[in-house]
Design a protein around this ligand. Structure first.
Ligand code: IPE
Ligand code: IPE
Ligand code: MG
Length: 257
């Protein structure tokens, strides 16, 4: 099934029209999640510092945010900083924090104009008051937007998320607000960082590594995976199309026949 040109946005929630390009709607994932990997290698290839790669990575993210609504995608989650990325040199960690701040400040107006709802998903502990304030502002000011959900996973780890949910569930059981018999998959999901967003249909990882690196462990139970060799700063709309074409050839069975 060929995925060719992007579709006009107003068609996204409508009925499926008959012509062939509209097959994109029928097969398009509603939620894609991206492990944006390869910034460091991209910079190294250019004999530049890693920070240069991270900066170029933000530009690639901007391009993707512009592109995805045209493909019928309602939610884009991106892995921007993992709970394990604290293991990197302080200078690099600080650089990544500075980039988040800069992105939130410089792109807020455009995100608002483009009707993007921004959700920052991850542990708040460890983040400075300044960053926490910016996170609250960007989330508040885009709360009612509904063209695209942009979920930025920052200080995010799948195991940390499951641990935090488990602690909250244990606390509710201890306080008598929850019965153990009522703990099931649906309830557990409600205790995760984000309870509004459906699980990702497609997870894309760039830069060749074939692992999750602690991304969306709970939510990826039935996600499709596409691994691309392209380094994140080089990621273009055509790479998205390659991933969507691969996705459209998959048969999702969810354990059934
Ligand atoms: C991904 O690029 C960005 C973050 C993890 C923040 P890397 O920095 O991991 O780049 P490589 O994997 O070293 O090339
Ligand atoms: C995953 O990439 C984290 C992000 C993209 C933010 P890493 O580069 O940190 O993953 P590993 O270390 O190769 O597993
Ligand atoms: Mg990496």
């Amino acid at each position: 099934m060929a995925i060719t040109s992007p579709l006009p946005n107003e068609k996204l929630d409508g009925e499926l029209p008959a012509n062939s390009s509209d097959e994109v709607i029928a097969t398009a994932p509603k939620h894609i999640a991206v492990i944006m990997d390869g910034n460091g290698r991209w910079a190294k290839n250019k004999f530049m510092p890693r920070a240069f790669g991270h900066k170029a990575g933000v530009d690639a993210l901007r391009r993707l945010v512009e592109a995805v609504p045209n493909f019928g995608i309602k939610t884009l989650s991106v892995y921007a900083f993992s709970t394990e990325n604290w293991r990197r040199p302080t200078e690099e960690v600080e650089g990544l924090f500075a980039l988040l701040k800069q992105f939130v400040k410089s792109d807020l107006a455009r995100l608002k104009a483009n009707n993007v709802k921004v959700i920052i998903q991850g542990r708040r502990e460890g983040l400075s008051d300044e960053i926490l304030k910016l996170i609250d502002i960007v989330q508040d000011e885009t709360r009612n937007n509904d063209k695209l959900n942009l979920v930025i996973c920052f200080n995010y780890g799948g195991q940390a998320e499951i641990i935090d949910a488990t602690k909250k569930i244990a606390t509710d059981v201890k306080n008598g607000n929850l019965q153990i018999e009522n703990i099931n998959e649906n309830l557990f999901q409600d205790y995760l960082f984000n309870r509004e967003i459906p699980n990702p249909d497609l997870i894309i990882r760039t830069a060749g590594e074939k692992r999750l690196s602690n991304f969306l462990l709970w939510q990826s139970a039935y996600s499709e995976f596409v691994f691309l060799d392209v380094l994140w700063p080089d990621f273009k709309e055509n790479d998205l199309i390659i991933a969507l074409e691969e996705y459209s050839s998959r048969k999702r069975r969810y354990g059934g026949l």
